[in-house]
Design a binder for this molecule. Structure first.
Ligand SMILES: NC(=O)c1ccc[n+]([C@@H]2O[C@H](COP(=O)([O-])OP(=O)(O)OC[C@H]3O[C@@H](n4cnc5c(N)ncnc54)[C@H](O)[C@@H]3O)[C@@H](O)[C@H]2O)c1
Length: 397
């Protein structure tokens, strides 16, 4: 069978990881790499601790090298590309690939604003290619199991969701390392834009987008930064259930505890373990029909077995290759990318403007907010500003 010829744009932290697992993929070959920084194309250093078998460390001479991604797209050497550059460039690069009939795997978040993410979808709709987002947590058997238990009726109707996801600790040294991350001008957000897109994607994958939300968002509460590092959100889901989502980069030890209170009991994910507290009857029926005013539940405690198997980025890429070859449906369609962006935008808008917002948020209102935050950063925290134009110019001549 013909192999899918892949190009990789961006050879930073995650790009090198993508590069390293290519030898393990079936029906795919890496034919081209691109990085704006020519130094990255000379030698690739793949860290030894990557948890897959055959990390390639040397650059095969047969792999074409580009500093201009458009030249790579025009080369005729790639059928598909992985976009692994800062989010700022994702929309432009994806749209250029769609226009040329090239399949796209876009790193998360697919864009910084809901408007850009939806424009990507519109451009994709006019193409005939496969578009996927790198939401590799959707390949984690634990999250797959939760999704199954929500879909197959085991849990029944969701009544309440609480997700504390605070194991994203980052020090001041992380933020002081500079660059495009952790500022409004370079990255366009903090913990919601960088660390949480996977959790926000899983949230919407499990429960759909909420109808409305109310957030407390703190900018630089714990760190000397301009962007958000502490966020607590209350949401109303489509079925009327409430959900809370709490995150920060400032708690250590942090927590990842997802609790889903549902019609048939409570499912808890914590410490990687999944436990179902199954009530003897429907919670609402107990509430309505029990003659015990102070009913005390004695649920059956069921440890849900989760298959221990490898998962992660490689499996999303293999899935996309299979989808291109018509063998599989996509695990993480890029067209679902706007949802997590939309959630992050709504949380910021609510927290910073101090009011309840409907989801999806008005695109103009969010764009205006982001512009304001960028303007403030330029005026009041010039040392935090990241100038994309100067960055791009630094590679010219
Ligand atoms: N799925 C995940 O688990 C995961 C993990 C880390 C990062 N990411 C995402 O991947 C993206 C990249 O993150 P990173 O940590 O690798 O960043 P990075 O800064 O380490 O690497 C980015 C690379 O892109 C190159 N680059 C920048 N602009 C370019 C351009 N215009 N053309 C070509 N190359 C360009 C840079 O030279 C650099 O080598 C981000 O969107 C990030 O959110 C996803």
């Amino acid at each position: 069978m013909k192999k899918v010829r892949c190009g990789l744009i961006g050879l930073g932290n995650i790009g090198i990881h993508h590069f390293s697992y290519f030898p393990e993929l079936e029906d795919a070959e890496l034919t081209a790499i691109c990085d704006i920084d020519p130094a990255k194309l000379k030698e690739l250093k793949v860290p030894k601790d990557f948890d897959h078998a055959t990390g390639a460390t040397r650059l095969d001479e047969k792999i074409a090298k580009y500093t201009d991604y458009r030249a790579m797209l025009d080369s005729g050497k790639v059928d598909a590309v992985i976009i692994a550059v800062p989010h700022y460039f994702h929309p432009e690069m994806a749209k250029e690939a769609f226009r040329r009939g090239i399949h796209v795997i876009c790193e998360k978040p697919v864009a910084i604003t809901g408007r850009e993410a939806r424009e990507m979808n519109a451009a994709h709709a006019n193409s005939n290619v496969v578009y996927a987002a790198m939401f590799q947590m959707r390949t984690d058997p634990t999250y797959i199991k939760i999704k199954e238990m929500l879909s197959d009726g085991t849990l029944g109707e969701v009544r309440r969701v609480s997700w504390i996801i605070t194991n994203w600790f980052r020090t001041q040294a992380y933020y002081d390392s500079g660059g495009w991350r952790g500022n409004w001008t370079g990255e366009g957000g903090g913990v919601l834009m960088n660390q949480c897109p996977h959790n926000l994607d899983l949230f919407q994958w499990f429960f759909g987008l909420p109808k409305r939300l109310n957030a407390l968002v703190y900018l630089g509460k714990w760190h000397d930064i301009t962007v958000e590092d502490d966020v607590s959100v209350l949401m109303e889901l489509a079925n009327g259930a409430t959900a809370s989502f709490i995150t920060t980069t400032a708690d250590t030890p942090g927590t990842n505890r997802l609790e889903i209170a549902a019609e048939n009991g409570k499912l808890v994910l914590e410490g990687g373990r999944l436990t179902f507290f199954k009530t003897e009857d429907s919670v609402q029926r107990i509430l309505e029909q029990s003659d015990k005013g102070f009913y005390s539940a004695s649920p059956e405690v069921i440890e849900i077995p989760v298959e221990a198997r490898a998962h992660g980025h490689r499996f999303v890429t293999q899935n996309v290759i299979n989808a291109i070859l018509g063998k599989e449906a996509l695990i993480a369609p890029g067209t679902e990318g706007p949802n997590s962006v939309e959630l992050a935008n709504a949380m910021l808008l609510s927290g910073i403007r101090g009011r309840t917002v409907e989801v999806p948020v008005c695109e103009d209102e969010f764009d205006e907010l982001l512009e304001e935050l960028r303007r403030d950063e330029r005026q009041n925290a010039p040392d935090k500003v990241f100038d994309w134009k100067a960055y791009l110019d630094s590679f010219k001549g």
